[in-house]
Design a protein around this ligand. Structure first.
Ligand code: ATP
Ligand code: MG
Length: 418
C-alpha cells in the first residue's frame, strides 16, 4: 500500500481547518502591524542556504533536501523562510523600498527524525522587517508575535526568552573566552559538543546534554563580552518590552542555530509539548542580505511552527468553533427533486448547507449529527403541500414549523446565535 513519505502527513479536513485558523489569525495581526504577505518559491538554489545558514548549522550539515534536477541544477526544498525573502529582496530589487515589512507562510522541509511536533514537511508563518537598524524594529517584531500568540489564546502558556549575541566584535571575543574554558574540560563534553568546539563553539550553549549543561553553569557569559554598543542595543530592547508589558526571561544560554543572527535572539517556549518546546523563534540578521551579495540591509524577524501551535491548542483543549451549518433532509420523491433548488437558495443566502444525497430519514439525521449541523430542515409531501417546513434543532431536539418563505430568515437567526 502506498503511504505518505516518512515525516510528512496528510492534514485532514478538521486539522486543515485548524491550520488555516492559526495562519489567518497570524496574517490578520501581521497586517495590523503593516506586514504584507509575500510568497517565495519552495524550490531554491542550494547556494542560497549554503551561503546564508552556515556550514555548521544543523540544517546545512544534515537536514536539507538537496538534489540535482534533470537539467543539472543544484536545488533545495526550502528548510526555512528568511533566506528566500532576503533573496527576493535582492533579485526583485526591493532594496529601493525600505523599510520592508513582509509576512509569509507555507511548508518547509528538513530531514529530521520525525516525532510529535517534528516533521520533515512542516509549516511556518513568519515576519521579516528589513531596512531598520534600531532596536525599535526588534521590539516591533516581538510585539507582533506576542500579539498573535495572545490572539490565539496562548500567551499564558508561553515564555518569551531573550538574549543578545552581540555584534561581530562581541562574538569573536566571547568565542575565544568560551573555547578557552571548554578546552580545559574537553573530556567531559558530549561527543557532539567536542565536535562543535573547533567549528562553532557558540552552539555548545544550545546543547541539551545534561553533562554539557552542568559545565556551562560556570562558563564565561556572553554578556561579559558585549561591546558597549551591543549592550546599549540589548538594553533598549528590554526597556521597550517592559514598556509594552510583555513578560520576558533573559536566557544567557540562548543562541540560535543559524550563522546569520546578531544582537537580539529570542524564542517563545512551552512546557506542554515535550522536547519540541520552541514554538516561535527569531532574531536580528544584519549581515544576511550582504552575505548573499546584496546591499547592506539590516533585518529582524521570526518564524513560528504552525504544526506546533495547532498541537498546543489541541493540548490545551481550546475549543475549535465550527461555523454553523444546516442539513436539508427530503422525505420522498417530490422533496428529493426539490432538494437542489432549496439548497441553492439557502447557500445563495450565505448559509452553509450539508446534503447527504441518499438514505432514509434516520440515516440522514445521523449524518446531520456527525457533521455538527445546528439544525435540520425536514420536508416531505405534506410540508410541500402546506408550504410549511419542519426545523429540528439538533442540540435540543425541539422541532418547530416554519412557513417556507421564512426559512432563510429563521436559519440566519439560528446561525447568528452563539
Ligand atoms: P528545534 O530546536 O525544535 O529544532 P529550530 O531552532 O530548528 O527548532 P527554527 O529554525 O527556529 O527551529 O524554526 C522556527 C520554528 O519552526 C520552531 O520554533 C518550531 O516551532 C518550528 N519547527 C522547526 N523545525 C520543525 C520541524 N521539523 N517540525 C515542526 N516544526 C518545526
Ligand atoms: Mg531544528
Amino acid at each position: 500500500m502506498l503511504q505518505a513519505v516518512k515525516g510528512t502527513r496528510d492534514l485532514l479536513p478538521g486539522t486543515c481547518q485548524k491550520f488555516r485558523h492559526v495562519e489567518q489569525t497570524a496574517s490578520q495581526i501581521a497586517s495590523l502591524y503593516g506586514f504584507d504577505e509575500i510568497e517565495t518559491p519552495i524550490l531554491e538554489p542550494a547556494a542560497l542556504f549554503l551561503r546564508s545558514l552556515g556550514d555548521t548549522s544543523d540544517i546545512v550539515s544534515k537536514e536539507m533536501y538537496r538534489f540535482t534536477d534533470a537539467g543539472g541544477d543544484d536545488l533545495v526544498l526550502r528548510p526555512e523562510g528568511t533566506a528566500g525573502v532576503a533573496r527576493a529582496l535582492i533579485s526583485e530589487g526591493l532594496a529601493q523600498e525600505l523599510p520592508l515589512k513582509l509576512f509569509y507562510r507555507g511548508p518547509m522541509f528538513r530531514r529530521e527524525r520525525p516525532q510529535k511536533g517534528r516533521y520533515r514537511q512542516f509549516y511556518q508563518c513568519g515576519i521579516e522587517l528589513l531596512g531598520v537598524e534600531s532596536p525599535a524594529a526588534d521590539l516591533e517584531v516581538i510585539a507582533c508575535g506576542y500579539h498573535m500568540l495572545q490572539e490565539l489564546g496562548l500567551s499564558q502558556n508561553l515564555t518569551l526568552r531573550l538574549n543578545s549575541i552581540g555584534d561581530l566584535e562581541s562574538r569573536a571575543q566571547f568565542r575565544e573566552a568560551l573555547k578557552t574554558y571548554l578546552l580545559q574540560h574537553r573530556e567531559q563534553l558530549s561527543k557532539d559538543s567536542q565536535d562543535r568546539l573547533e567549528r562553532n563553539p557558540l552552539r555548545i550553549l544550545d546543547s541539551k546534554d545534561p553533562g554539557d549543561r552542568k559545565l556551562l553553569e560556570h562558563a564565561p557569559r556572553l554578556e561579559q563580552s558585549l561591546t558597549p554598543q551591543a549592550r546599549e542595543f540589548f538594553l533598549k530592547v528590554q526597556q521597550g518590552l517592559q514598556a509594552l508589558k510583555i513578560p520576558v526571561v533573559i536566557d544567557p544560554l540562548l543562541v540560535r542555530g543559524l550563522d546569520y543572527y546578531c544582537h537580539t535572539v529570542f524564542e517563545f517556549t512551552t512546557e506542554n509539548l515535550g522536547a519540541q518546546n520552541a514554538v516561535l523563534a527569531g532574531g536580528r540578521y544584519d549581515g544576511l542580505v550582504s552575505d548573499l551579495g546584496g546591499p547592506k540591509v539590516p533585518g529582524v524577524g521570526w518564524a513560528f511552527g504552525t504544526d506546533r501551535l495547532v498541537l498546543l491548542l489541541d493540548e490545551l483543549k481550546s475549543e475549535w468553533k465550527r461555523a454553523p451549518s444546516f442539513a436539508l433532509i427530503p422525505v420522498g420523491e417530490r422533496a428529493e427533486a426539490e432538494l437542489p433548488k432549496m439548497a441553492q437558495e439557502l447557500r445563495r443566502a450565505g448559509l452553509r448547507v450539508d446534503l447527504s444525497f441518499s438514505g432514509n430519514l434516520g440515516k440522514r439525521m445521523k449524518r446531520a449529527d456527525k457533521v455538527g449541523a445546528t439544525a435540520a430542515v425536514i420536508f416531505g409531501d405534506n410540508e410541500l403541500n402546506a408550504d410549511r417546513f419542519q426545523i429540528k434543532h439538533l442540540k435540543t431536539g425541539t422541532q418547530t414549523e416554519v412557513p417556507r418563505a421564512q426559512i432563510i430568515a429563521e436559519l440566519q437567526r439560528l446561525a447568528a446565535q452563539p
